[in-house]
Design a protein around this ligand. Structure first.
Ligand SMILES: [Zn+2]
Length: 81
């Protein structure tokens, strides 16, 4: 019984860690809503079936998807700025 609980917690920690790292890279790619290639403002264009937001640049067709906008962005925004 104890080993099942430990295994469960390890899985939860791994999933949280992967989500955390993925959210960091999504935040970096989104770049505060500014195109990292040409510096223009990114335009929101769509939301996918999982709730991810699509952002694109009119100037150079840079596109990025962000899944954790509401939840984790507030955290990264405070950490990185
Ligand atoms: Zn651009």
């Amino acid at each position: 019984m104890i080993s099942i609980l430990i295994g469960f917690f390890i899985v939860v920690i791994i999933v949280m860690g992967v989500t955390f790292i993925a959210s960091y890279f999504e935040y970096k790619n989104w770049n505060g809503g500014v195109c990292p290639k040409c510096g223009r403002k990114l335009e929101y264009f769509d939301t996918d079936s999982q709730g991810g937001e699509g952002w694109t640049c009119d100037e150079c067709d840079y596109t990025t998807w962000v899944s954790y906008h509401n939840l984790v962005y507030k955290f990264w925004k405070n950490k990185l700025k």
